[in-house]
Design a protein around this ligand. Structure first.
Ligand code: URA
Length: 448
């Protein structure tokens, strides 16, 4: 069938009425949108119809294919080694890319990473890296390949050349309440990742209050969809389901998360952050052919942190991308926030829940995230938790410090904090961080 001449309103109506679109119809819609022939208002209607009615497997695969081919697909075959990347579906305090990429690259497994900005209440790797003075994430694809060849890793932003359809759709979904949809997330993630020229991919699919997938069941469906698309495109893809029912680590906000990442790379990382980091890094090392098993990869990951090789790799990359590495070794040299406030425990007891979404929003209110597409973010704004689920606290004890450069932002942030903590008399059960591994063989429980 011809890919020309569909009527956009008819396509929207078809989707609105719950009928699947053909591959050609999806391809036409995405191509026309990328060429600016379909305006944002029509695409918004299509996104909402897709959000409400879902997409079948064929539509999701067609969407990924069209978004992938809306731009250039990189060929990294000149660079030796199995190229492996990791992608997270988005969380609060999720700084894992900054820790695991240098771990993996320090074993000569090339990590070409194209990351996104914050979306909704979740942070974005690019915004974190840009909080390092001078760190440049905008580059040509030629420079991207040059850095990868030289450092064994590169951390770049999406250009107009790579999956441009996703770049525009991502921003549109953020402001039209159409983010939390399995096929739309799957198309967005996989089109970007497949365009990078990778050979294998590890996915961190989050479930819980701070994730786009609130339930374990939905996260599992998303993981299965992502793995199926990856394998369909010939990329070995492994996904883990990980817990996002409280922020990862203690620090939330761009520079704060860089600080915690650097601490982690020097052996002082929070337990939850390091557990997931080592599992993902170990799997990447295995997929990259440098370990026989994931367990061996995990041991190598621990070693790279223990002997400083991963931190050295990060410093090397920072300098290569124009960043000031001195502030990463001495945080006091960084220009910190002008104001801070403490949020105190409203009662004594055990912290049984920390709503990661609420903490993400409290941080966003302080300036760490965007409310509108073009908002500037404040790199130093954010939240530092002093306690996590399971901690015993006394009434009046500070449990959070907030940082910002505008005192007017304190109250809106505190409003989110007021609802974010549940404190009870009984000690809660400990949180299981990684619950499932999903790969081409199926779904496997992890650990106990
Ligand atoms: N991460 C992405 O890259 N895209 C989404 O849609 C959600 C999370």
């Amino acid at each position: 069938m011809s890919t020309k001449g569909y009527n956009i309103v008819s396509l929207i109506r078809k989707k609105r009425d719950g009928n699947p679109l053909t591959r050609d119809e999806i391809s036409y819609l995405i191509d026309e949108y990328t060429k600016d022939e379909v305006p944002d208002y029509q695409m918004s209607a299509f996104l909402m119809a897709s959000f409400l009615n879902g997409m079948d497997e064929d539509e999701a695969s067609a969407l990924t294919h069209s978004m992938l081919h809306s731009g250039r697909v990189l060929d990294l075959s000149d660079i030796a080694g199995t190229k492996v990347d990791k992608h997270s579906t988005g969380g609060v305090g999720d700084k894992l890319s900054l820790i695991l990429a240098p771990i993996v690259a320090s074993y000569d497994v090339p990590v070409p990473m194209i990351s996104g900005r914050g979306l909704g209440h979740t942070g974005g790797t690019l915004d974190k890296m840009e909080s390092i003075p001078g760190f440049n994430v905008d580059m040509t694809l030629e420079r991207y390949q040059e850095i990868l060849a030289k450092c064994g890793m590169v951390m770049a932003g999406q250009t107009e050349e790579v999956a441009p359809a996703d770049k525009r759709l991502y921003a549109l979904r953020d402001v039209t309440a159409t983010v939390e949809s399995i096929p739309l997330i799957a198309g967005s993630i996989m089109s970007k990742k497949l365009a990078e020229g990778i050979d294998a991919l590890v996915l961190d699919v989050k479930f819980g209050s701070g994730a786009f997938m609130k339930t374990h069941e939905d996260a599992q469906k998303l993981a299965e969809t992502l793995v199926a698309i990856g394998e369909d495109f010939g990329i070995e893809t492994v996904a883990y389901l990980t817990n996002m029912n409280q922020p990862l680590g203690y620090k939330v906000g761009n520079w704060l998360e860089v600080e915690e990442s650097m601490e982690s790379l020097q052996g002082d990382g929070p337990d939850d952050v390091m557990e997931v980091t080592h599992m993902l890094a170990g799997t990447m090392i295995m997929l990259g052919g440098m370990a026989k098993t994931v367990e061996e990869g995990i041991q190598m990951s621990h070693k790279a942190v223990g002997n400083g090789q991963a931190f050295d790799k990060w410093l090397e990359l920072t300098e290569e991308q124009g960043g000031d590495a001195s502030v990463l070794k001495d945080f006091s040299a960084y220009d910190h926030a002008e104001y801070s406030f403490e949020y105190k425990a409203p009662q004594s007891g055990y912290i049984t829940e920390i709503d990661a979404y609420g903490i993400g929003m409290a941080s966003l209110e302080l300036g760490a995230g965007r409310k509108k597409k073009d908002d500037d973010i404040d790199p130093v704004a954010g939240i530092e938790l002093h306690h996590k689920i399971g901690s015993k606290v006394e009434k009046g004890q500070p449990i959070v410090t907030g940082y910002m450069n505008d005192e007017n932002l304190i109250e809106p942030s505190k409003n989110y904090l007021a609802d974010a903590f549940t404190i009870k008399n009984e000690q809660p059960e400990s949180i299981k961080m990684i619950t499932r591994r999903v790969d081409r063989e199926g779904i496997h429980p992890t650990g106990d």
